[in-house]
Design a protein around this ligand. Structure first.
Ligand code: SAM
Length: 280
């Protein structure tokens, strides 16, 4: 598929429609269509998929997703000023782009999508993390999505893929890696965006696994991990106090020394601990 469409360059689109970036909406736009096509390619083979895009803005990534052959793109954008521009893209790809003007945190997109579904977005940091946590903790697994391809501040991306023993390792790493394969697939300097943000960014790709890597009850695991990392400098026998009557035995049964700290405990061990505590 080629990244070329018959639409005007994004810089012209932005100038023509007066789309000055708004800080309140976390607007840092990607205007290089070669780059947005490259990001779209990280989302996998889109030809048989519906793609949910959150925060299309002037549509750089949207154009990338469509030029890479997405069966359909559903784009949810909060900024009403972007609607005429997105309608132009919709006209260039008849029947393939549906746009909803609204807040992605409040809209249920499922009625508008047909599986298989992939999600792709370049979102403001706070909205992105909140949506990621929601997508990773659905009521049932497997989730409605096959993969997530998301731009984050580099520091957040590193927390998602972090391994034990590092400062970045915490609740987000466990949540992301328990039921998905997560990897950083691209790094972007501030200058890739207009206007440039203060920090570097990275694209993370998460592929949903049909089953969790290790058996555990989702809410017990989430509770234990939140508690363990809430006081990450404390030994687990202190940080997890009150979680189970015979906590030290449960820790040992899970292969964890009660004197260890959360940062040293692997995903497999946290799952074993969640199973032990559930038994209690
Ligand atoms: N995807 C475009 C790009 O890559 O150039 C724009 C990216 S910009 C970082 C984030 C976009 O998300 C903006 O267009 C902003 O208006 C939109 N946005 C912010 N909060 C949102 C929300 N809660 N729901 C939907 N869109 C939102």
């Amino acid at each position: 598929m080629s990244a070329i469409d018959n639409l005007p360059p994004l810089r012209d689109v932005i100038a023509e429609h007066g789309l000055s970036a708004r800080k309140s909406l976390g607007q840092n736009f990607l205007l290089d269509l070669n780059l947005t096509a490259k990001i779209a390619r990280q989302a996998g083979d889109l030809r048989e998929c519906d793609v949910l895009e959150i925060g299309p803005g002037p549509g750089g990534l949207t154009r990338g997703l469509l030029s890479e052959g997405a069966r359909k793109v559903l784009a949810i954008e909060k900024d009403t000023r972007c609607m005429p521009v997105l309608e132009q893209i919709s006209a260039a790809y008849p029947g393939q782009l549906e746009v909803i003007n609204g807040d992605a945190l409040e809209i249920n997109p499922l009625a508008h999508l047909t599986p298989p579904i992939r999600i792709a977005a370049n979102l403001p940091y706070n909205v992105g993390t909140e949506l990621l946590v929601r997508w990773l903790t659905p009521k049932e697994w497997p989730p409605f999505w096959q993969s997530l391809t998301l731009m984050f501040q580099r520091e957040v991306a590193e927390r998602i893929v972090a391994q034990p023993g590092s400062k970045a390792y915490g609740r987000l790493a466990i949540l992301a890696q328990w039921r998905a394969d997560a990897k950083i697939v691209m790094h972007l300097p501030p200058g890739a965006f207009t206007p440039p943000p203060k920090v570097s960014s990275a694209v993370v790709h998460l592929a949903a696994l049909p089953e969790p890597k290790f058996e555990a009850d989702a809410s017990t695991l989430s509770h234990v991990v939140a508690k363990a990392f809430n006081q990450r400098r404390k030994m687990l026998r202190a940080a997890l106090k009150g979680t189970a009557p015979d906590l030290e035995d449960r820790l040992l049964a899970a292969g964890i020394q009660p004197t260890e700290r959360a940062e040293q405990v692997s995903l497999e061990q946290f799952c074993a601990l969640a199973r032990e505590i559930k038994k209690a």
